[in-house]
Design a protein around this ligand. Structure first.
Ligand SMILES: NC(=O)c1ccc[n+]([C@@H]2O[C@H](COP(=O)([O-])OP(=O)(O)OC[C@H]3O[C@@H](n4cnc5c(N)ncnc54)[C@H](O)[C@@H]3O)[C@@H](O)[C@H]2O)c1
Length: 337
């Protein structure tokens, strides 16, 4: 991408802050647009080259102001918690759907064409075939996946109306430095690391044989930042992530071993919407984005633990907010994660 002014919504978050740094390092003028519900910890990674704009994606005026003279939008702002979305469907839709639609609307009003959206493997739901190809049916199992799928359709509609060039990337389970360690609802890697640091048993929902393609952060940042201008990927969703999947039990064992903790895995009832095995076909990304996973599972976990050591032990921050309390796993109510 030639040097541009780009807006990164959710730029204070885990993936967004890495994307903001990468885009700035490429010589772009970067505006981070975030309401900081996920905290401000990652602002410490920004220098003066990154402008930080505090605002909410659901606020049309804030979007309008933040989008001033912007050439391309990276829409990453979201409440990105699959399991939690089942018991907070309204909040999930307000943030992930209405927030994204608002940012899209004001981008179109500002005449911005290039719009990158971080969708998710959760949009596929329970796969009919593995690995999942991009043309597989989208049948999400949770409200988070539903809103991501729905917004993909908004992008398609405005593309067909010739108002936007959407680039849709479907990520898997991304992990690495800067992912929140104090969020009990998502990010199994930092949750397990934090538990091991505390000397507490990592807790697994169900038997732990659910498989996920854990993907190290640096492997996705480069492809997403280089996607704008790739004509074959306009309105053509692309999977990006690791090709090999690991069980959550294997993940827990690895983290226990690599942190040297004297803890044991504990199991609780499974979560109702958890899909058993998901990993996706990334041949399209390899062909059209030169995608190549460079960081293996062991190396990625080691790097994340190294970073986490610098952060230290964190208290989990629970939300006392349940729209459908009976849908919340008991462990979220007893705050025992
Ligand atoms: N982490 C993953 O494994 C993964 C996988 C697939 C897709 N994604 C997608 O990638 C994107 C980034 O995920 P992440 O893991 O970095 O999450 P994150 O929670 O670390 O970052 C999200 C950021 O969005 C901000 N935000 C939330 N609501 C907002 C609002 N209304 N207005 C403005 N900012 C708001 C938060 O403050 C936070 O900084 C999300 O869209 C997520 O759905 C993530």
């Amino acid at each position: 991408m030639e040097s541009k002014k780009v807006l990164v919504s959710g730029g204070a978050g885990f993936i967004g802050s890495h994307v903001a740094n990468y885009l700035a390092d490429q010589g772009n003028k970067v505006v981070v647009f975030d309401n900081f519900v996920g905290g401000k910890d990652n602002l410490k990674y920004f220098g003066d080259e990154i402008e930080v704009f505090e605002g909410d994606m659901t606020d049309r005026n804030a979007c309008k102001k933040a989008l001033n003279k912007v050439d391309a939008v990276f829409c990453l702002g979201a409440h990105a918690a699959e399991g939690q979305s089942v018991f907070i469907p309204i909040f999930n839709a307000e943030t992930n759907l209405m927030g994204s639609i608002t940012l899209l609307t004001e981008s179109i009003n500002a005449g911005i064409k290039d719009f990158v959206f971080t969708s998710t493997i959760a949009a596929y739901g329970k796969p009919e075939k593995l690995p999942i190809r991009e043309d597989a049916p989208l049948m999400p199992e949770d409200p988070y996946g539903v809103t991501k799928m729905a917004f993909e359709h908004y992008l398609r509609v405005y593309y067909e109306l010739e108002k936007i060039n959407p680039y849709i990337v479907r990520f898997f389970n991304v992990y690495g430095p800067r992912q929140r360690m104090d969020d009990p609802y998502r990010g199994v890697v930092p949750i397990f690391i934090n538990k091991c640091f505390k000397g507490e048993n990592p807790i697994i929902f169900g038997d732990g044989l659910q498989k996920r393609a854990f993907t190290y952060i640096s492997d996705i940042v480069e492809p997403i930042c280089s996607i704008v201008g790739k004509k074959k990927l306009i309105n053509n969703p692309v999977n990006i992530g690791a090709e090999k999947a690991w069980t959550v039990k294997e993940l827990a064992e690895k983290i226990i071993e690599k942190t040297g903790s004297k803890v044991e895995i504990e199991h609780v009832d499974k979560r109702t919407s958890d899909v058993k095995v998901v990993y996706a076909d990334v041949s399209k990304a390899k062909k059209l984005l030169d995608y190549e996973a460079k960081v293996g599972f062991d190396e990625g976990i080691e790097k994340t633990i190294e970073w986490a050591k610098g952060e230290g032990i964190k208290d989990f921050k629970y939300m006392d907010y349940f729209e459908i309390p009976k849908m919340a796993h008991g462990i979220y109510k007893t705050k025992d994660i």
